[in-house]
Structure formats: C-alpha cells, structure tokens
Write a protein that binds this ligand. Structure first.
Ligand code: ATP
Length: 222
C-alpha cells in the first residue's frame, strides 16, 4: 500500500475526543481482514474478540465470574481457560452463551477504555463480532459493517479453520441477520470479490470516515 492516508497524529491539533468506530461483521465476513488493512493504514485497532481470549486467562475477577457461571471445569488444572469444555457447554444453550457473553463484555469494555485512554489519534477502530447485538453502537461515533454473501462466508470459514458446514451454519443462524445489521450500520463494505478489491474499498471508506470525523470536529469547535 503506497498511498497511505494522511493520518499522522497532528501534534498541533487541538486535542479533541478520540472517535471510536465500531467495526463488525458476521462469521467469515472479513472483518478481521478489514481491521488489518485499517491497521496498515495507520489507524489503531482494538481487537475485542482476541483481547477477550486473553482476558479470560489474565483477569482474576473475570475468572471468578466465569467459574461461578460454568463451574470449576471452565479452567484446567494449571488454571488455563478450558475453551473446549466451555464451547461444548454453550454450543447448544443460547441462554448460557448469552450469559457468558454478558460476563465477558464488562471486562473487555474496561480493558478497551484503558486502551482508548492511551490513544492519541482522532479516530480508532473497535473490531468486534458482537456490536449491534449488545447495543455497542451507542458507544461508537460511527459503525462499519463488513458483509458478504452467505455462501462465500461459509466457504471462507470452512477453508480457514476446517469447521464443518453444519457448525458454520449453526453459528450463522445464531447471529443477527445480515439484513438487520445492514439497516443499522453507518458504513458498509461488501466483501464479495477479491482481497485486492477489499483493500481498495476499505481505503475508500476510511477516507470517507475520516472526512466525517473531521467535519464533526470542526463543527464542534465552531
Ligand atoms: P470470524 O468472525 O470467523 O473471525 P472474520 O469476519 O474476522 O471471521 P476473516 O477472518 O477476516 O473474517 O476472513 C475469513 C477468511 O476469509 C480468512 O481466511 C480471510 O483470509 C478470507 N478472506 C476474507 N476476505 C476475502 C476475500 N475477499 N477473498 C478471499 N478470501 C477472503
């Protein structure tokens, strides 16, 4: 990527609140790929799902809550999160899955706010599988949705992690329908073609978001 966006931190910029852009998409939509492109363009990205995987092992308070919800078996003998056990428990129990999510989210939110306080740029991105599902859009300046046709998402996930058709289908069925997310999102990237196109489309959307952020800032200052 040679034509980087002009997003260097402006030292003489009057410090205004950093704008948070929520980045989401269903399984296999390409949201992590888009997040990486955004990072390569110099914008900070907080990876909620990946941080959550660390926090279940690092945050003592969260560990206690998870054990309270799922039992001691949620952690193995060495104290490490037993992902296999937990997945098995919540796989067919959507209510328990929702309660687990409700347990993990406050810890992720707290960790995100700590991270956000250290950011100096005018906008940052929060990549997360669940956004509209937990009304996180209220905490974001704007939302960016990555979407792709179901058959492509299915193929990409099966190629990537070797999940079965049925497993991916069950996850898709549990997620908020694409139509509803499209209706709620401020910006949409449609990832139905090549990775090259995804890169250029992401850079186009980034320019648009940056314009909107700057317009909002100049309105706030005038
Ligand atoms: P998950 O919710 O499962 O984490 P995701 O939305 O983060 O999925 P990615 O991990 O970014 O999706 O993409 C899923 C897979 O599809 C990856 O292996 C990625 O490299 C591939 N992929 C994404 N976009 C494209 C594309 N346009 N063409 C080909 N492969 C793609």
């Amino acid at each position: 990527m040679d034509n980087k966006l002009e997003n260097e931190p402006e030292t003489d910029r009057q410090k205004t609140e950093t704008k948070v852009i929520g980045l989401t998409g269903g399984i296999g939509s390409g949201k992590t790929t888009v997040a990486k492109i955004i990072g390569e363009n110099g914008f900070p990205v907080y990876y909620s799902d990946s941080r959550a995987k660390d926090l279940v092992n690092e945050d003592p308070e969260l560990k206690t809550r998870i054990t309270g919800l799922l039992g001691e078996e949620a952690y193995d003998e060495s104290g490490l999160y037993n992902r296999k056990y937990v997945s098995g428990k919540v796989f067919e129990d959507t209510e328990l899955l929702a309660r687990l999510n409700e347990t993990v989210h406050p810890a992720v939110r707290k960790d995100f706010l700590k991270w956000l306080a250290l950011q100096k740029q005018e906008m940052v991105f929060k990549e997360t599988a669940l956004l509209f599902e937990i009304n996180l859009e209220k905490e974001c300046f704007r939302t960016l949705l990555v979407t792709a046709d179901d058959n492509l998402r299915m193929k990409r996930v099966m190629d990537r992690v070797g999940k079965t058709y049925r497993q991916v289908e069950a996850i898709m069925d549990n997620q908020m329908p694409e139509k509803e997310k499209i209706r709620k999102a401020d910006y949409i990237i449609c990832n139905n073609t090549s990775l090259e196109n995804l890169e250029s489309e992401t850079e186009e959307v980034l320019k648009k978001i940056l314009e909107d952020v700057r317009e909002d800032e100049s309105q706030a200052q005038s």
